[in-house]
Design a protein around this ligand. Structure first.
Ligand SMILES: Cc1cc2nc3c(=O)[nH]c(=O)nc-3n(C[C@H](O)[C@H](O)[C@H](O)COP(=O)(O)O)c2cc1C
Length: 731
């Protein structure tokens, strides 16, 4: 696995503190309910509108003696008093009347348990230390996460732009990271800050009133109701008041306000001493409220959701890491003995998985092959073939393990002639598609003794089909026969199901196409656009087909019979009633849009199958145009009835067949060019373009769409793709 400093720090800290973070989040979820419960249960008094003078007077009127009052973060006022019956008691009061409104309840044992675990893991000082350290780790994990997010989204200004989907866990990790990053930074920072007090690194300043007792006056005495400081201070600003112990003039009120401490003469109301609350204390107060959610229902709820999100981050983070760890660089031979060298530029490991597979296949074919990261490039005179597999990051930049490649290459002289081939991995969603692969090819181009064996091939979104096309070309040039790369899609152990053939058309002469209709033996919910991986037998790999769902809810497959095609031959030999083993792969990114003012479907050949299903089930009668490219009108034979029925039922507005050997003799992209205003309208109005069929057609159509976007001052095509206005399933 190859990772950058930020990714490594993010991962290493998450792994090392995962058990503590897990405990803190689970207990945090429980504790978040406490302020929610308190907030709901607490009697509400308008403490902003009641002044402290009223509070003190009413207490003095109601009780024999008052020791003190406290106002908590929920704005509940409690008093410690001697009642008329002579009992010492502490309870909640109405601040306006001084009357008792409720007992101070014992904290529930669930919250007590969760709090102890949350604060000290039941390990006293050692536990508190680990909890503090965990908060610190969480803070760093959040900061490194932010850096990774900024890199992924290409800067702050794009932070809320749509996220490029690679898989569910990666998408969820980034999506929720964006939402919960700030609350988690606040939780972790406040946690660290509160911990500093536990270890006396920071201390609460204690207010020691400095008063010259000789000079305290008992006159002019005024009633408490007239004390300016009490009259002008609402109860909401008070944290605690300690009442004078006796009626001696040297005893005074000790008042703790939100922002300062005061000593107040009990006869004259004069302020005897005053101390601003220290910054440390104030930050403590904010940290405490932000960390616990006390007194703010909405924030408590945010804390609850943040703790739940941390659980998701832990789970999805591990899923992502395990996936990335799947491929590792391993070498069987010494580099000096190898004729083939594969260099890999990969940040998150997916390019590496292609490269490792290719290395193994070359070795199987008897080629001594070495694999290395691009940064580790070194030359040996036995080298004949240099194959570079590289991803692109940032704005067309190299992945972290390829940053030194250019310098290394410049310092190398190829003593003997070598052949090089570059394979670029990237995504159309980025403006600089596979740019670093182009840079690499240019650099190699300039070297002496280096010949281009196969010119640059680019792969969008880790497309296995596209990789297989490169493989076939590279194989034929080097006279090697490679099996198909079937990557993770097919290597995953999926459950196979049994399907029965309910219909099969004969082969269409000259076109070699046929339709198969399958029905799942057990009930299954399928959607047009899903993929069916058909098993042609034990010794063969599965083959993927885009499926359509017919009006009778059967699976429609449109198949082209290939001369040596194991799976297409297998399907063609089936008879009605035969059973087929296959598994369904959900392909959510290629479903018919639920809401779209207009849909343009573009297909060639058998790529029409999912669209046949989609138009059949277009019950809302959304306007759909279907462009379909084929050699001649006979190719339509199998699909004609479905298309006619969809048009009659207004489920398909326009069907535009484009025949390359008839009429104008042109291709779908030529036909689309005649309808540019309609495409511009569609992009502007949130319509959707769906493409299914050959990669060649896809590339031509994408080139046209890019041109249309540029010429008509629209957004970039990748922006529409990110918004789900361009859906593709090409092979
Ligand atoms: C943050 C980020 C930036 C990217 N930038 C580009 C880019 O500029 N051009 C491009 O073609 N692909 C870009 N990609 C797509 C990756 O190159 C592509 O997903 C590649 O298959 C990843 O390979 P890896 O898993 O081996 O690192 C980017 C991906 C991410 C996450």
């Amino acid at each position: 696995m190859i990772i950058s400093f930020w990714r490594y720090s993010h991962l290493a800290l998450a792994v090392s503190s995962f058990l503590f973070i897990l405990t803190a989040s689970l207990t945090g979820i429980i504790l978040a309910f406490e302020p929610i419960q308190q907030e709901i249960e607490s009697p509400v008094f308008a403490v902003e509108e009641i002044n402290t003078a009223t509070l003190i007077t009413s207490l003095k009127d109601n009780y024999l003696e008052v020791f003190g009052v406290k106002v908590d973060n929920y704005h509940r006022v409690s008093a410690s008093v001697i009642t008329e019956d002579g009992d010492m008691a502490e309870f909640y009061i109405n601040p306006a009347t001084g009357e008792k409104v409720g007992d101070i309840a014992q904290e529930s044992s669930v919250f007590q348990f969760a709090r102890s675990l949350h604060r000290s893991l039941f390990l006293k000082t050692t536990g508190r230390f680990f909890v503090g350290l965990t908060s610190f780790f969480l803070l760093i994990i959040s900061i490194t996460g932010l850096v990774l997010l900024l890199k992924r989204q290409q800067g702050l200004k794009n932070i809320f732009s749509s996220i490029i989907k690679e898989n569910f866990y990666q998408y969820g990790h980034v999506y929720l990271g964006r939402i919960f990053l700030i609350p988690i930074v606040i939780i972790s920072f406040s946690g660290v800050y509160l911990s500093l007090f536990q270890f006396n690194i920071l201390n609460h300043a204690i207010f020691n009133a400095e008063i010259d007792l000789e000079k305290i006056q008992a006159s002019p005495e005024i009633s408490i109701a007239e004390f300016p400081i009490f009259k002008n201070t609402p109860v909401s600003k008070v944290k605690a008041i300690e009442f004078p112990f006796s009626t001696e003039v040297s005893d005074y009120y000790l008042v703790e306000l939100q922002d300062r401490n005061l000593a107040v003469n009990q006869f004259t109301g004069a302020i005897l001493d005053e101390d601003q609350s220290s910054v440390t204390n104030q930050i403590w107060q904010y940290s405490y409220v932000l960390h616990t959610g006390e007194g703010n229902l909405i924030w408590a709820f945010v804390l609850l959701l943040s703790c739940v999100s941390i659980l998701f981050f832990i789970y999805s983070g591990f899923k992502i890491t395990l996936k990335r760890k799947a491929s590792k660089i391993k070498n069987k031979f010494k580099q000096a003995d190898c004729t083939h060298l594969i260099l890999v530029g990969s940040e998150t490991g997916s390019t590496l998985s292609f490269a490792v597979w290719f290395q193994q296949e070359l070795i199987k074919q008897g080629k001594k092959t070495f694999i290395a990261q691009m940064n580790e490039f070194s030359y040996h005179k036995n080298l004949q073939h240099l194959i570079v597999f590289t991803a692109t990051y940032g704005v067309g930049e190299p992945p972290t393990n390829a940053t030194k490649f250019e310098t290394k290459l410049k310092s190398i002289e190829f003593i003997n002639k070598i052949n090089y081939s570059v394979l670029g991995f990237g995504s159309f969603a980025y403006p600089d598609f596979c740019k670093f692969a182009y840079t690499t090819e240019n650099l190699l181009d300039q070297k002496n003794n280096a010949d281009c064996f196969l010119s640059l091939h680019t792969i969008n979104n880790k497309s296995e089909e596209s990789f297989n096309r490169w493989l076939a070309q590279w194989g034929s040039l080097s006279e090697l026969n490679f099996p198909k790369f079937e990557g993770e899609l097919l290597s995953e152990k999926r459950k196979k199901k049994t399907y029965q053939v309910v219909n099969k058309t004969p082969i269409l002469a000259n076109h070699h196409t046929f339709m198969v209709e399958l029905k799942s033996v057990k009930k299954q919910n399928l959607k047009s656009g899903d993929l069916l991986a058909v098993s042609p037998g034990e010794n063969h790999h599965d083959r993927l087909y885009s499926l359509g769902v017919s009006s009778a809810n059967t699976i429609l497959l449109s198949v082209k019979l290939h001369e040596n095609g194991v799976c297409s031959t297998y399907l063609n030999n089936l008879n009605v009633g035969d059973l087929v083993q296959a598994s369904r792969l959900k392909n959510k990114s290629f479903y018919f849009p639920k809401k779209a003012k207009k849909v343009i479907m573009i297909a060639t050949g058998t790529g029409i199958a999912p669209f046949l299903g989609m138009i059949t089930h277009n019950t809302k009668k959304n306007p759909v145009d279907l462009y379909w490219g084929a050699r001649d009108h006979k190719a339509l034979t199998h699909y004609q009835a479905i298309i006619n029925s969809a048009m009659e039922n207004d489920r398909l507005e326009r069907f535009i067949p484009v025949y390359s050997r008839e009429d104008k003799k042109h291709y779908v992209q030529n036909q689309l060019r005649e309808n540019i205003p309609q495409i511009v309208e569609l992009f502007k109005n949130g319509g959707v373009i769906m493409i299914c069929g050959s990669i060649f057609m896809q590339q031509e159509v994408l080139a046209l769409l890019t041109e249309i976007c540029e010429d008509n001052a629209l957004k970039s095509l990748s922006a529409y793709q990110n918004k789900g206005q361009l859906l593709m399933d090409c092979y």
